[in-house]
Design a protein around this ligand. Sequence first.
Ligand SMILES: Nc1ncnc2c1ncn2[C@@H]1O[C@H](COP(=O)(O)OP(=O)(O)OP(=O)(O)O)[C@@H](O)[C@H]1O
Ligand SMILES: [Mg+2]
Length: 253
Amino acid sequence: MKIAIAGKGGVGKTTISGTICRVIAKQGEKVLAIDGDPNPNLSVVLGIDKDKPPQKSLSTDIIERVEEGESWKFQVKMPFDEIIDTYGQDAPDGVTLLIVGKPEQAGTGCMCGSHTVVRELIHSALTSEFNAAMVVDTEASLEHMKRGTSQHVDRMYTVLEPYYRSLEAAGRFADMARDLGIKEVAAIANKVRNEEEADAIKEYCKKINLPIAVMVPFDENISAADLKGMSIMDFDENSSAVKAIEKFVKSLI
Ligand SMILES: Nc1ncnc2c1ncn2[C@@H]1O[C@H](COP(=O)(O)OP(=O)(O)OP(=O)(O)O)[C@@H](O)[C@H]1O
Ligand SMILES: [Mg+2]
């Protein structure tokens, strides 16, 4: 299972990605969490000690351009297991984190290199023996969709919040995901406070033909955990948002 979590800024992509990883791992599955955001913060949501020095992030050096007859392609230089050994970071419940999107330093050009690294990394993982559920947390822009960063995942979930611009953006992410040929594309509705909001989301998603995988309620405990720089799984794993995500994960496995 290779899934990507996309959506507009601040909708809850990282919170949902990290919690999905922890919930899957708790069920005994091997999980690889990929932080594909150039401003990475998945590690805190996964529950890695925030005072721990960060692991070396993957750089564009790990991919190479290979000539193929008249054309060429990118490919990852190292075997996937070696990538995990060198760059992987241990997170609670046995999750492994790979940080990919972080630029080496300011002023070194555009992000296309890191988008290519994420894309080729997922491709390499798919063709490797490394058998783990993989969850990619993406950045809040359509740019990574244009560059096909998540092209090789089998499911993409576009996270949305109950307000019009977020719903509209989710529709755009979903269209691009389908254009990339991703087999399963659905919405994760997040921060839903009441029936009225749930109904508005259902109505909009029905109109644009976007299935809703799960409705995650607005949960004060998530804000409280965030304030402390903790994973909701370590703060209160019986919280309502976690319960909704657990139900969703059950439907996946
Ligand atoms: N279900 C929820 N209930 C309450 N607050 C939530 C919920 N989900 C996320 N949040 C809060 O929303 C804010 C944004 O969450 P998060 O960082 O996960 O979003 P993001 O989409 O990854 O943002 P970015 O676009 O910056 O990467 C955080 O303050 C988080 O605590
Ligand atoms: Mg994020």
